[in-house]
Write a protein that binds this ligand. Structure first.
Ligand code: PRP
Ligand code: URA
Length: 212
């Protein structure tokens, strides 16, 4: 897959405004954490835009009317540790009853290969819509390995949401998992020679948790 058709970049001025502040190296930890959460809420609207609905009868204080509720598969959010944790509360703000599974994935700084160190999921993944959340999609290795693990546990319907994606990672994920659509706040230019997204925002985990 070379055409990036597996990617939707969300087109919204508020999101671009917040992402611009997030990218700045002068943005301090608390603001960074708050912005990741706010951008995640905006991403959650897009990722869930096509969820099936059904009509329900509602009694307002004045009369009966038709309301709507989400139908179909229940949601599972899967943050990729560590940085994905920063997106959980922003997603839960609009999908409060979603279950949350966790995958620990560490990228080796030399080889850039992902190494899994934790995997904990709710039951019955095959009946759920799984949304993998991670601020950064760089080589795509961590996302692809996470999705490998989810499919091995039975997940059939999987989406990915990230803040910043590199074209290299979008293509790599498209080749390995063509059924997984990616929603991002931005598509950046490229990876640099140490596997960082440029212009990017630096190391998302370190900026979220203050570990630089
Ligand atoms: C970062 C990021 C992704 C991964 C992306 O995590 O949060 O999980 O790198 O890179 P990739 O697409 O090339 O695999 P990192 O491994 O630095 O761990 P951290 O979240 O604990 O900082
Ligand atoms: N992980 C990050 O946190 N930032 C990048 O630019 C690439 C991988």
């Amino acid at each position: 897959m070379n055409d990036l058709s597996n990617l939707t970049v969300v087109d919204h001025p508020l999101l671009r405004h917040k992402l611009g502040i997030l990218r700045s190296k002068t943005t301090h930890k608390k603001l960074f954490v708050d912005l990741v959460s706010e951008i995640s809420t905006l991403l959650a609207y897009e990722v869930t835009r096509d969820l099936p609905e059904e009509e329900v009868e509602v009694e307002t204080p004045l009369e009966r009317t038709t309301g709507h509720r989400i139908a179909g598969r229940k949601l599972v959010l899967v943050p990729v540790l560590r940085a994905g944790l920063g997106m959980v509360d922003g997603f839960l703000r609009v999908t409060p009853s979603a279950r949350v599974g966790h995958v620990g994935m560490r990228r080796d700084e030399e080889s850039l290969q992902p190494e899994e160190y934790y995997f904990n999921m709710p039951e019955s993944l095959e009946t759920r819509l799984v949304i993998v959340i991670d601020p950064m999609l760089a080589t795509g290795g961590s996302a692809a390995a996470t999705i490998d693990g989810l499919k091995m546990k039975g997940a059939r319907q999987i989406r990915m949401a990230c803040l910043v994606a590199a074209p290299e990672g979008v293509r790599a994920l498209g080749q390995r998992h063509p059924d997984v659509h990616i929603t991002a706040a931005a598509l950046d230019r490229q990876l640099n020679d140490i596997g960082y997204i440029v212009p990017g925002l630096g190391d998302a985990g370190d900026r979220l948790f203050g570990t630089t």
